[in-house]
Design a protein around this ligand. Structure first.
Ligand SMILES: Cc1cc2nc3c(=O)[nH]c(=O)nc-3n(C[C@H](O)[C@H](O)[C@H](O)COP(=O)(O)OP(=O)(O)OC[C@H]3O[C@@H](n4cnc5c(N)ncnc54)[C@H](O)[C@@H]3O)c2cc1C
Length: 537
């Protein structure tokens, strides 16, 4: 056994996942002089942007915001080409970052972590992979992604389907040509809304199967305005500071007025202006859209009128109207020509609430009332969000307790970053943190910085052994996350934030809605108080 080989089997930290989170925490921990191994299931780095190659995949947080802030040289030199970067461009960026900071040499690709078990005798984690490798590490960091466990519905008959099927979150690297094909897209969430307009242009016929209609705002994507780029780059530090202090991790024009205190004309004017600007800022048109149902109804009415004005067939337009949950409480989508695509002759919309899917058939699928034939199925059915990738690993903490058992009633964490009973174990953008409700790169950098600072603190204070959230701190945090969540309209929707897209998953509002800025302050306060709520040995 060579020394290097031996060194690779015992490291200071193991990181699982090589997306934005895994790569940045690797960079930080290396900077502290730690030895690190990163395991990544994919054949390449990039996480979300490695897997989600479906047509139309792009970010819906604007490019100048959706990028790392940790290196000024990087943010000054990198040039985005569009207002919203496409998946290939983001993947190029993350690969550039990996090369620029020499990150690849600690990343082992095509290797899935299957187990992480805490050994109380040695205070170390034993991490096992599907390649039979076993690594011991003091720190175990899960950068496994909130939207990385693709969810394919378990309809009977899929194995007998004669055509090909795809999940948007695990798209073939060679691409898919739908020219001349009859295609069925199942699902109408964000990925469907991005891909449907493009698939419709290629396919001979496209049938969209919709269970829940979504609110989608136009992106108005365009080449990045060079003046805007220059102005951001001239003040990037301030731009990033504002993002960090904001509610969602990027700056949106705020309006402190209630939707109910202004005249009907003013309201329509404001909504129209946001619609024309495009993008996620729509839900901040008024201050109370996510806390007052009456206020929210005015935004929903505006949306309904827009959809009716775009979609020519009134029956199709009615089917596309989201009615049963407040706007913004399921993830707001951002699109290019989504609603207008339903005006095409080769596109049909099927309402699954009237007639649910019963089975996939060799030729397509069967709902309760009818059979449909097609050659290709696209599952745009989303992810087992926030907990799926974590619970797919056999994680065992103190006393051999499985995380699955601890989270049987839903995830419990302290700050979304630590778990009582799981010493020296961290989750990046875990449940109980703003994560999916924010510009995730801001949240990823904040968590990775916080974890790196914490590890540095432990080492400098000779407290190498244990850093573990207390049950009391965790209980209080879980209660706080719930209380804040229930002050808003969010829990009213059957959303993936609530675990509602996964049969049998406990219904808990998983992300922290208190805001990125407030949350950061709370985390900093915990650190300043010598890691309050943690037991240090
Ligand atoms: C289509 C799409 C569009 C999005 N657009 C935006 C956006 O506009 N703005 C925004 O803020 N966020 C967006 N997101 C969220 C996006 O996931 C985050 O922004 C960010 O990319 C997450 O990075 P990550 O490193 O935390 O996780 P990921 O990028 O998901 O990476 C996690 C990695 O961990 C690996 N992994 C998981 N389990 C294991 C295991 N057991 N062993 C080994 N490897 C494992 C996975 O293979 C994956 O590569 C989008 C997500 C999707 C799916």
């Amino acid at each position: 056994m060579t020394n290097t080989h031996e060194q690779k089997r015992t490291v200071d930290a193991v990181i699982v996942g090589a997306g934005f989170a895994g790569l940045y925490i690797l960079h930080r921990l290396r900077g502290l002089g730690l030895t690190v191994r990163v395991f990544e299931a994919g054949k390449g780095i990039g996480g979300t942007w490695y897997w989600n190659r479906y047509p139309g995949a792009r970010c819906d947080v604007e490019s100048m915001d959706y990028s790392y802030s940790f290196s000024d040289d990087l943010q000054q030199e990198w040039r985005w080409t569009e207002r919203y970067a496409s998946q290939p461009e983001i993947l190029k960026y993350i690969n550039h970052v990996a090369d620029r900071f020499d990150l690849r040499r600690d990343v082992t690709l095509e290797t899935r972590v299957t187990a992480a078990v805490f050994d109380e005798a040695t205070s170390r984690w034993t991490v096992r992979t599907d390649r039979g490798e076993e690594v011991a590490a003091q720190f175990c960091i899960m950068a496994t992604g909130c939207l990385s466990a693709a969810q394919v519905p378990t309809y009977p008959g899929l194995e007998r389907f004669k055509g090909k099927w795809y999940h948007t979150g695990n798209w073939p690297h060679e691409g898919v040509d739908f020219t001349g094909q009859r295609v069925g897209v199942i699902g109408t969430g964000s990925s469907a809304i991005q891909s449907i307009p493009i698939i419709a242009k290629q396919a001979a016929h496209l049938i969209v199967f919709q269970r829940t209609p979504n609110f989608s705002v136009p992106a108005h994507n365009a080449p990045l305005d060079p003046d805007y780029e220059r102005s951001v780059k001239a003040n990037y530090a301030d731009f990033r500071r504002q993002a960090r202090e904001s509610r969602v991790g990027f700056v949106v024009e705020r309006n402190d007025k209630s939707a109910l205190e202004v005249s009907r004309d003013e309201r329509e004017h404001e909504y129209e202006a946001r619609w024309r600007r495009g993008g996620l800022g729509f839900s901040s048109t008024f201050t109370d859209l996510l806390i007052s149902k009456d206020a929210n109804d005015t935004a929903a009415d505006f949306f309904h009128a827009k959809i009716r004005s775009i979609v020519r067939d009134p029956a199709v337009a009615e089917t596309l109207l989201p009615r049963h949950y407040p706007l913004g409480t399921k993830r707001l989508c951002v699109d290019t020509n989504y609603y207008a695509t339903f005006n095409r002759d080769n596109v049909s919309l099927i309402d699954l609430t009237k007639s649910p899917i019963e089975a996939i058939t060799p030729d397509g699928l069967r709902t309760r009332d009818q059979s449909y034939a097609f050659d290709r199925i696209v599952f745009a059915t989303g992810f087992d969000a926030m907990t799926g990738a974590l619970l797919a690993i056999d994680i065992r903490g103190r006393g051999g307790k499985p995380l699955k058992e601890k989270w049987a009633e839903g995830p419990r964490t302290y700050l979304g970053v630590a778990i009582a009973g799981f010493p020296n174990f961290f989750t990046i953008t875990g449940p109980g943190s703003p994560s999916v409700l924010s510009n995730m790169i801001v949240s990823i950098e904040q968590h990775a910085d916080w974890i790196a600072d914490c590890i540095e603190y432990l080492r400098h204070n000779g407290r190498m052994a244990i850093e573990e959230a207390t049950v009391e701190a965790e209980d209080q945090w879980v209660q706080h996350v719930n209380e804040v969540g229930h002050l808003t309209l969010y829990p009213q929707a059957n959303s993936w934030y609530m675990g509602a897209n996964i049969p049998g998953k406990p219904r808990i509002f998983m992300p922290y809605i208190g805001g990125v800025g407030v949350y950061r302050q709370k985390c900093d306060e915990v650190a300043t108080k010598g890691y309050e709520g943690f037991r240090l040995k």
